[in-house]
Write a protein that binds this ligand. Structure first.
Ligand code: PLP
Length: 456
């Protein structure tokens, strides 16, 4: 068999990749025509490709490498745990120290009433758990009709059939028979694109009250929960107007439905607190976690569950779980990752130092003629591209063409920024320094200039 290593020429690696590796969220024929960029190494916030080019990763991989690349401590934690106990499950009345220690630590970090962790291998699996858990909760409470979960259009909650149905991505729903029954969607709080003549405050209330209207329409006795990301990530880093969340919290409380905060992106320092729910003053019954939990060094996700829900679920046998629920190596790495985030003061730095610095620089992109809105919370931000700022206008071309072009210019300028339609988004490693932030902004500005020149 051929030895395939970093030493093969890039074109050969690309051809093998396109021939045998099916990529997520990609057009395989485009990969075959253009060749994927082959990433061979990384350190801090910088990726290196097979041509030796260094790229500033303003997306922290997929919003996950919170402590940055190349942390020896995490490699050590994995190796240590693999030698001691590489695998054992947590089914059928067994446990192990890494799962115990991580659960206890997460209970300390999470808001007061969230003290119980159910593990999964990813955010998608964790949201599948949540779907079954909230329905089971109400059945056990003697209200078996409370089964419907309300979510939002343009939300992202994962790619499995359950979590993809909870999400509100129409392109995903168009493939493979989603959404499954029992899931309803309301509109997102994206004022810039959808607010029309309303003020952001009016619009925030209007969108929050869609939840109340939807509950009325479905009947309170049929609704189990509302699920939402504190800040919508993959939908384009949509930050709700200030009036939105207090109203949503009021409605969840008064209507006796559970609230699931999907913290897969917002968790573990991304918004400047341990959890986005703390930054936005939310009161979740369940929080979905993944990504920054291990900084992406190991696949692990989970649900942090409130005392109220855990007590009810714990009184029965919950017939649910994954082979890798509470995987000992993933738990050991996650625990070490939480130690690094804490002891190096990374979350505090995002809140008090580098986060405010990034905000100032990022909002400065508003001076660019093609930028209509710049929104940022902690270290997740987005800009809306527009041909006419004052009118909050969209480009006439197919939505996303200009965004795609700017993303390609970023790539050429050794900056990873993503586009969602004509919104450009960032979510850098939380350890990014001020000088790296300056480089990020310079490259983004240059890419916007080049993109604008191409549009004209
Ligand atoms: N929830 C949110 C908010 C996400 O952003 C993602 C992934 O991007 C998921 C869930 C799904 O997580 P995973 O890709 O680990 O299954």
């Amino acid at each position: 068999m051929q030895q395939i290593t970093n030493h093969l020429p890039t074109a050969e690696l690309q051809a093998l990749d396109a021939a045998h590796h099916m990529h997520p969220f990609s057009t395989q024929s485009e990969l075959a025509a253009k060749g994927a960029r082959v990433i061979t190494g990384a350190s801090g916030v910088t990726l290196r490709d097979s041509e030796g080019v260094e790229i500033l990763d303003a997306m922290a991989g997929l919003w996950c490498v919170n402590v940055g690349y190349g942390r020896e401590e995490l490699a050590e934690a994995a190796a240590r745990q693999m030698r001691e106990l590489p695998y054992y499950n947590t089914f059928f009345m067994t446990t192990h120290v890494p799962a115990i220690a991580l659960s206890a630590r997460l209970a300390e970090l999470a808001p007061g009433h969230l003290n119980h962790v159910f593990y999964a291998g990813s955010g998608s699996e964790a949201n599948d758990t949540n779907l079954r858990m909230v329905r089971t909760y109400w059945a056990e409470m003697g209200k078996p009709s409370k089964q419907i979960v309300i979510s939002r259009w343009n939300a992202y909650h994962g790619s499995s059939v359950g979590s993809g149905s909870l999400g509100g991505m129409k392109g995903m729903h168009a493939q493979g028979g989603m959404p499954i029954p029992g899931i309803e969607h309301i509109d997102q709080p994206n004022w810039w694109a959808e607010g029309g003549d309303m003020s952001p405050e009016e619009f925030g209330l209007e969108r929050a009250r869609q939840l109340e209207k939807k509950i009325d329409e479905l009947g309170e006795d049929n609704v189990a929960a509302f699920i939402a990301e504190p800040v919508q990530g993959a939908g384009g880093v949509i930050v709700a107007p200030d009036t939105y969340w207090p109203e949503v919290m009021r409605i969840c409380r008064e209507r006796d439905i559970l609230f699931i905060a999907d913290e897969v992106i917002c968790g573990f320092g991304r918004t400047g607190q341990w959890f986005g729910s703390q930054t936005l003053d939310l009161a979740p019954d369940i929080m979905t976690i993944a990504k920054g939990l291990s900084s992406g060094y190991q696949p692990i996700g989970g649900s942090i569950v409130s005392d109220k829900v855990a007590e009810v679920i714990g009184a029965t046998e919950f017939n649910h779980g994954y082979t890798y629920s509470g995987h000992p190596v993933a738990c050991a790495v996650a625990l070490e990752n939480l130690r690094i985030l804490d002891e190096e003061g990374i979350v505090t730095r995002v809140r008090e130092d580098t986060g405010p610095y990034l905000k100032e620089k990022f909002e400065g992109l508003m001076d660019h003629p093609m930028v209509g809105e710049a929104k940022i919370v902690g270290m997740m931000g987005s800009i809306a591209l527009t041909p006419d700022k004052a009118a909050r206008a969209r480009f006439a071309s197919d939505a996303g063409t200009v965004g795609y072009m700017v993303r390609e210019r970023c790539f050429a300028n050794n900056l990873i920024m993503r586009h969602v339609g004509d919104r450009m988004i960032i979510s850098p490693p939380l350890v990014i320094s001020k000088s790296e932030i300056d480089t990020l902004i310079e490259r983004a500005w240059q890419s916007l200039d080049e993109g604008m020149a191409a549009v004209k």
